[in-house]
Design a protein around this ligand. Structure first.
Ligand code: CAA
Length: 379
């Protein structure tokens, strides 16, 4: 067992840290306040190779391992989780799924611009009545011979308006249940596809989350991913990898809040000494540091499982469950350590606390992760 990062991984971590400090930190409070999508930051992330990190260079990606992706996610999430969720969805839910299961034509046409960051992707599974219960898809993709007729509504779609390529999960044959579900590549601009309202959210407010409406959208058959009926398994396999990205995001949010709290505790004085010298605060920071390190081990382990070709369904679920809980606990304590300053926007920790909450909800709630974990250990 080797706990050391390679030289290349250290360089990627540093490059992501520098990018986050230089390009994401300025304006992060205003973007959160005004719900402004980080357009310039995402463009730069594309130029730096962060939008298709694990995609082979043959398709315009950076050809890196999952651990490198996790390191970059962690550093960017320390500063701006709205940037990192766009990155996570594009990398693990869209690019990875297309590279792993797409046809050569799909890779040439869709993966290349997504991996280079020229275009942004979205993953469309959730519906008004199908969140955790993902097999209950109401969106239909009726087989019309050489095309599918797509009808329905998707909810809470990350990159909802900024994306131009959407992977849409829909039911083709209800009699077959989840085995009748397909995953289709839908382009913005297809007739009958409308981007609906933008959600006004508690956290990750820079990220654009929308509902999407499909009315008689004709999706060519060649845009189906995998065999007929592979859509649900496609979604599940893709989400297992996505959960590593969100676990890394949660880890970054926690580590970002911890770094701010530690610095503050070393500067702020009360009762004649730095508050770090008061055991009440020092013990909080000791717990935060330990919990973050425990979460980090689980996140790296899941990334290594994926890189080593092992099953990562269980390790990604455990990583997300733990890291998202740590993100919540640590950010709440970071606000507490900052006292009154923690409650105002200028000090960043209140935003990190709001951002942390979504990591316990999207890409499978913590309760769903417990279903995945308990089923795996029962087998
Ligand atoms: N890999 C491959 N196949 C899998 C799988 C996996 N990881 N997990 C399940 N499957 C297969 C099963 O083998 C089964 O197929 P067979 O019947 O052919 O064997 C099929 O999928 C159905 O599985 P289950 O019977 O286990 O289905 P279930 O109804 O009990 O649900 C679940 C399983 C784990 C709860 C699943 O519904 C789930 O993960 N729900 C959460 C959905 C989710 O994560 N949504 C997030 C939305 S996306 C998002 O948030 C993105 C964003 O924008 C940030």
């Amino acid at each position: 067992m080797d706990f050391k990062l390679t030289e290349e991984q250290q360089m990627i971590k540093q490059a992501a840290r520098d990018f986050a400090q230089t390009d994401c930190l300025p304006g992060v409070i205003e973007r959160d306040d005004q719900q402004k999508f980080p357009q310039d930051q995402i463009k730069k992330m594309g130029e730096l190779g962060f939008m298709g990190m694990m995609v082979s260079p043959e398709y315009g990606g950076s050809g890196m391992d999952t651990l490198s992706y996790v390191l970059a996610m962690e550093e960017i999430s320390k500063i701006d989780a709205s940037c990192s969720v766009a990155m996570s969805v594009n990398n693990s839910l869209v690019c990875w799924g297309l590279e792993k299961f797409g046809t050569e034509e799909q890779k040439q046409k869709y993966l290349k611009p997504l991996a280079s960051g020229e275009k942004i992707g979205a993953f469309c599974l959730s519906e008004p009545e199908a969140g955790s219960d993902a097999t209950s898809q109401r969106t239909t993709a009726e087989d019309k011979g050489d095309y599918y007729l797509l009808n329905g509504t998707k909810n809470w779609i990350t990159n909802g308006n900024s994306a131009s390529i959407y992977l849409v999960i829909a039911q083709t044959d209800p009699e077959k249940g989840h085995r009748g579900i397909n995953a289709l590549i839908v382009e913005k601009g297809m007739d009958g596809f409308v981007v609906g309202k933008k959600e006004d959210k508690l956290g990750i407010r820079g990220s654009d989350t929308h509902s999407l409406m499909f009315t008689d959208v004709k999706v060519p058959k060649e845009n189906r991913i995998g065999e007929d009926g592979f859509g649900f398994k496609f979604a599940m396999k893709t989400l297992s990898g996505g959960r590593i990205g969100i676990a890394a995001q949660a880890l970054g949010i926690a580590a970002g809040a911890y770094e701010l709290a530690l610095k503050y505790a070393q500067e702020r004085k009360a009762f004649g000494k730095e508050i770090m010298r008061h055991q009440a605060i020092a013990f909080k920071l000791a717990d935060m540091h330990t919990e973050i390190e425990a979460a980090r081990m689980l996140v790296y382990r899941a990334a290594l499982d994926k890189d080593n070709g092992e099953s990562f369904d269980l390790s990604s679920a455990m990583a997300k469950l733990k890291a998202s809980q740590v993100a919540m606990d640590v950010t709440v304590e970071a606000v507490q350590i900052h006292g009154g300053y923690g409650y105002v926007k200028e000090y960043h920790v209140e935003r990190l606390m709001r951002d942390a909450k979504i990591t316990q909800i999207y890409e499978g709630t913590s309760e769903i992760q417990k279903i995945v974990i308990s089923r795996a250990i029962a087998d």
